[in-house]
Design a binder for this molecule. Structure first.
Ligand code: ZN
Ligand code: ZN
Length: 84
């Protein structure tokens, strides 16, 4: 089971998100196989385990988490709009 890196956790925290919220959100979207909603993606925070080397070169900064958080927030706004 990969763990989220400290950088990823800090980035989530700065956006007001916990690792559990992030994990559950991606679990719902991508049907990851961790039944307890624990993190099943890359340590950088990308839900794709093969992120480093596929989405960006290994050792370089990953922008998937920032994009994912922006997406999460727009999904949340959409849900709130539906409820109101
Ligand atoms: Zn990625
Ligand atoms: Zn990455």
């Amino acid at each position: 089971m990969p763990e989220l890196s400290n950088e990823a956790l800090q980035e989530l925290g700065a956006s007001g998100l916990t690792a559990e919220e992030w994990s559950s959100f991606n679990w719902m979207r991508f049907s990851l196989t961790a039944p307890d909603h624990s993190w099943a993606g890359s340590s950088c925070g990308c839900p794709d385990v093969a992120c480093a080397g596929k989405h960006h070169a290994s050792g370089t900064t990953c922008s998937c988490l920032a994009r994912g958080i922006a997406n999460y927030k727009s999904v949340l706004r959409g849900l709130q709009a539906l409820r109101s």
